[in-house]
Each structure stands twice: as C-alpha cells, then as structure tokens.
Design a protein around this ligand. Structure first.
Ligand SMILES: *Cc1c(COP(=O)(O)O)cnc(C)c1O
Length: 361
C-alpha cells in the first residue's frame, strides 16, 4: 500500500449487519445503501449484504437504484427509491429496473398509478409523522386509505416513516412519532411497516415493526454520535508520509500559521487532505495513528496534505502508511474532531482515495 487508500472491510460490514439484526428482533433487517452505500461502494456492499440475507435496500436517487439493480442482477431483492417519483419520466425507468418508489405525496401517488395497467406496480408510502421532510401528511394518508379506487391500482407493499431524533434516546419526539406511526400502520393493514433507521433500531423492538432500515451503523459508526464498541469499523483511511521534517521552536506549520512549535518538533507531512474527505476545520484538532500511538494533527488540514507530530518516532519516514480513520481513530472520533458528523465523513472518504476491499462482496 503506497497510495492514499480507503479500505472497506466487508467482513466487518457483515458482522455489523448481524448486530443490527439482533436488535431488530422479529423485524426484517434491510439496509440504507444511498450515496454509494455511504461512500463504501453500493455494488460490493449490496452484494455482500444480500449474501448475509438482506433483501430490502433503500437508495435516495433513482440512478442509485439502477446501479444497485445492475449489481444484484437477477437476485431477488426489493430496492426502494426514497425520492419517490420526481416526474412522469421516472415511471418507465423505475419499472425497467424493478425499483419501488417511496411515494411521498398524493401527487406522486397519482403519477405512479397512471402506470397501473402495467405489471410492476409495487409502491411504498412515506407518511410524515413529524419530521416535515418527505412524506404524506397524516390527513392525506387517511384520505388515501379510504380511496379504494386509487389503492386498487397499486400494491402498497410498505408503509414507512422516519424518526427525527432517534439519535438522542431521551428525546420524547421518538415516542410521539412511534404512536403516530402505529395509527398510520393501521390504515394499511396489508402493507409492511418500517420506521427505524440505525438509531431507531437500537431504541428497542417496539420501533422495529416489520422492517428496519439502518445505514450508518452498518458502516461501523455509532448511532448516537459516539463510537459504539458493539460495532466493527468498516472504513479505514490510510495515507503515506511524503516528507519528514524538523521544525525549530518558534516556527509555524501550514496555512494560516495556526500551529506554532513551542519546542522543536518532528513532523510528518501526509498525502491526505480535505479533498480526501477529511474535515478542514478546526486547526490542530484530531489525531492520526502511527507506530502504535496517537499522533496529533498539527495546524490546518490543506486540500492534499496534512502534518502530524512524530517527535521521537523513529519509524517515521517517507512511504510509511498512517491511519487517519480506522480501528484506532474511529470514524466517530475523526468526525467529532473535525466538527462534522460520521455521516458526512463516511460519504466523503471515497472522494479521491483508492478504494480496496477486505472480504468477499
Ligand atoms: C438515510 C436514511 C435511513 C438510514 O439512516 P441511518 O441513520 O443512516 O441509519 C433510513 N431511512 C431513511 C428515510 C433515510 O433517509
């Protein structure tokens, strides 16, 4: 390994799928694989999760669904497109790839059922229970539930909603949304129900209904913004040392000269920066892992480079690889140090790094 490399551990992914499955209880465990499986590669992730028994996949965009369908080929899997239908032109594209739109409004329902005389007309309904992002309002869902004519034109396979505050177990909003979702679920008794993302899955089996749809925690990040030792790290970012240099006391490191050496330091300059997904701010926060120890990041992270403190560390030489995210610098810690979320960090890590896989897809 000499390039800046994003290593995706598919065995760890499979392990985490097992953990989520355990918490899902009797509910089926699906997977959110939007944004190229949170940057981990939706083809490899989709194939491996399918082998682990996953049969329900959630993507955001139609094109992501097409990519996943191509990867899964003839394998039996439901692929839900969270955007639903963005216009009538989506209909043939959804049908051609056997994608299931998550219908988010009565207008989207209307558009989808115009395809009602064609074969593939499964649909999911997203009902908003308080987040006010996507989904039918409760009163619209009630009206639709009474409209036999409309309902006869499609097969509502799934009714879903999304939790706004599940990452904070003490927030009372989750229980409110749970109660509302129970009522919605009752309106469509033939459909499966799905409410929980990763954090919702950890809230308890009451949140599981028929299907949970975790994303984040499959990829090894804690559902509450902190490292979760029950999960295994999936993503690792390693970068080579390009240059080692001695910085005399009083000199500064990097743009903005935000780090000043108060005593002489030896630094290693690495081939990784914010164009590799690392958070640019704040200066001198966060650590890397090298030669069995945490090494402080010094100064501001540049586009392509960053510096770490390797004072007293003989192993530091050009070409040696340094862990920036991985088993020792968790995705949660690295994100936290940079003032961003694990979601943001994961989805950025594949911006430029060479991606390689451990374990079978
Ligand atoms: C992203 C997403 C998920 C997965 O959420 P995580 O917090 O990553 O587990 C589930 N459902 C919907 C609607 C989503 O947008």
């Amino acid at each position: 390994m000499t390039d800046t490399t994003l290593t995706v551990d598919l065995d760890a992914l499979a392990y985490n799928y097992g953990v989520l499955k355990h918490f899902a209880g009797a509910a089926e465990t699906g997977a959110a694989v939007k944004a190229d499986a949170y940057g981990m590669g939706s083809e490899a992730v989709g194939l491996r999760l399918w082998k682990e028994g996953c049969r329900s996949f959630f993507v955001a965009r139609l094109a992501e669904g097409q990519t996943l369908r191509r990867a899964l080929g003839e394998r039996d899997a439901s692929i839900y497109v969270l955007d639903g239908m963005t216009g009538p032109a989506d209909g043939p594209r959804l049908m051609a790839s056997r994608l299931i739109p998550v219908l988010n409004s009565l207008a989207q329902v209307e558009t989808w059922i115009t395809y009602g005389d064609q074969r593939w007309l499964e649909a999911a309904l997203h009902v908003d229970t308080g987040m006010n992002r996507l989904g039918l309002r409760l009163e619209d869902a009630r009206a639709l539930a009474k409209n036999r004519a409309k309902l006869s034109k499609m097969d509502v396979a799934l009714v879903m909603s999304h939790l706004a505050c599940a990452d904070d177990p003490k927030n009372p909003m989750s229980a409110q949304q749970l109660e509302r979702f129970r009522a919605v679920r009752g309106l469509f008794p033939a459909a499966q129900g799905s409410l929980a993302n990763s954090a919702g899955t950890f809230l308890g089996v009451a949140y599981g209904f028929d299907l949970v749809r975790p994303g984040l925690s499959l990829y090894g990040a804690g559902a509450n913004g902190k490292t979760d030792s029950r999960l295994k790290p999936v993503a690792s970012l390693h970068a080579p040392i390009l240059q080692v240099r001695d910085v005399p006391a009083g000199e500064t490191v990097g743009y903005g000269a935000t780090f000043t050496a108060v005593r002489p330091v030896k630094i290693a300059v690495l081939a990784a920066g914010y164009a590799d997904g690392l958070p640019r701010t704040p200066a001198s926060s966060g650590n890397a892992w090298f030669a069995n120890g945490k090494r402080r990041i010094l100064g501001r992270i540049s586009m392509d480079l960053l510096a770490i403190d390797v004072t007293g560390c003989d192993e530091a030489e050009p070409g040696a690889m340094v862990e920036l995210v991985g088993p020792n610098i968790t995705v949660d810690d690295a994100a936290h140090a940079g003032g961003i979320s694990a979601y943001e960090l994961l989805t950025r890590l594949s911006l430029r790094a060479t991606r390689r896989y451990i374990g079978e897809a």
